[in-house]
Write a protein that binds this ligand. Structure first.
Ligand code: HEC
Ligand code: HEC
Length: 293
């Protein structure tokens, strides 16, 4: 054996030993339960920085080709204020408003978003709001806010840094109309999901995503959807072959939409809650479920 070959062999053996040791440490962390998942323990600075950088780069890459509409319309900003008040304040707080207990004790802690516009372009804020951030507690709003709501929220985020607590209170004020039944806020009436045109063809892949955006997999084991195997509701594999839905309705696409949208009207005694599924989302989910045989 030449000295060169000897050096190469020692080198390879060292690499192999190091890889084995790293694997051993990782296995001990995972199977030995050594990594503390408590939200009362912060990540170390190194772990935090790595996660933060990975998140930032991931968002930048994915938001690159999104086109930003005009965001300076005053009605749009007011509409966004209502969305922010209804969907974001509980975790992020607002000028003069603290987060709820849920927002205060999360790890990572959700920031007040007054400086978000310095760190993110509008298209990145749109992407973050629409898709959420996995394993951080930042929800995805794609299935709960319309595109119009999402961009309006982004438009409002640009206004947020300039608002005093008094101005924030004024722009999100809930006014009770005398004689009217529901409280009305300046833009609030229109914040929420839009019903899509019923002519759109059902979209299987969208339906599959809707299943975990409506938390159906919290109760049902569903083929194609990652998760634990809960048994609160019946597993949905073989759904296409079943003759009845919930033991009540003939298994047709229209009836599936009805079951998903008006569950407790179909069966007032069922343990499945009304999940607030929109018409379009229900049709897409029904299309996906019809493929499970
Ligand atoms: C259930 C709590 C919760 C709600 C509700 C929530 N967020 Fe978040 N948000 C988080 C968490 C947690 C993070 C992650 C913070 C981090 O990674 O540092 C986050 C991060 C963000 C970020 C990136 C922040 C930054 O400083 O870089 C943006 C932008 C954002 N949220 C916007 C929104 C908007 C807009 C809404 C309302 C439509 C909203 N969030 C609702 C919890 C929430
Ligand atoms: C909190 C738990 C829970 C959640 C969340 C939930 N379900 Fe259910 N689901 C149930 C239970 C319980 C049943 C059985 C109802 C019965 O037969 O009365 C059921 C029944 C069903 C059935 C009929 C199954 C069969 O074999 O006839 C379908 C389909 C269904 N759920 C789909 C969904 C979808 C899609 C979602 C999300 C939009 C969802 N469920 C969310 C608990 C839940």
């Amino acid at each position: 054996m030449t000295p060169d070959m000897g050096t190469a062999k020692t080198f390879l053996l060292t690499i192999a030993a190091l890889a084995l040791a790293a694997g051993g440490v990782a296995a001990a962390m995972v199977y030995g339960g050594l990594y503390n998942v408590a939200s009362t323990e912060q990540h170390t600075q190194v772990v935090y920085s790595v996660l933060e950088t990975a998140m930032r780069q991931s968002v930048r890459l994915r938001a690159r080709s999104i086109e930003t509409p005009r965001l300076d319309d005053e009605r749009m900003v007011q509409h966004g204020a209502a969305c922010f008040r209804d969907k974001c304040v509980q975790c992020h707080g607002a000028p003069g408003v603290a987060q709820s207990d849920i927002g205060k004790s999360m790890q990572p802690v959700p920031g007040p978003l007054v400086d978000a516009g310095q760190r993110w372009r509008p298209r990145e804020l749109y992407w973050l709001t629409r898709h959420g951030i996995k394993m951080s507690g930042m929800p995805a709003w794609e299935f709960h806010l319309s595109d119009e709501d999402l961009w309006a929220t982004v438009a409002f985020l640009a206004r947020l840094p300039d608002l005093t607590p008094q101005q924030y209170a004024a722009i999100t004020e809930v006014r009770v109309v005398p004689g009217g039944s529901a409280p009305v806020a300046p833009g609030a009436a229109s914040c929420g999901r839009l019903q899509a045109a019923p002519s759109q063809p059902a979209d299987l892949q969208r339906g599959k995503r809707a299943l975990y955006q409506y938390a159906c997999n919290a109760c049902h084991t569903i083929p194609g959807v990652t998760g634990s195997t809960p048994h609160v509701g019946p597993p949905l594999d073989g759904m296409a072959r079943r003759s009845l839905i919930g033991g009540k309705l003939a298994n047709t696409p229209e009836n599936m939409v009805r079951w998903l949208r008006h569950t407790r009207e179909v069966d007032p005694l069922t343990a499945m809650p009304d999940m607030g599924v929109s018409e379009r989302d229900a049709r897409d989910i029904a299309a996906y479920l019809a493929t499970l045989d």
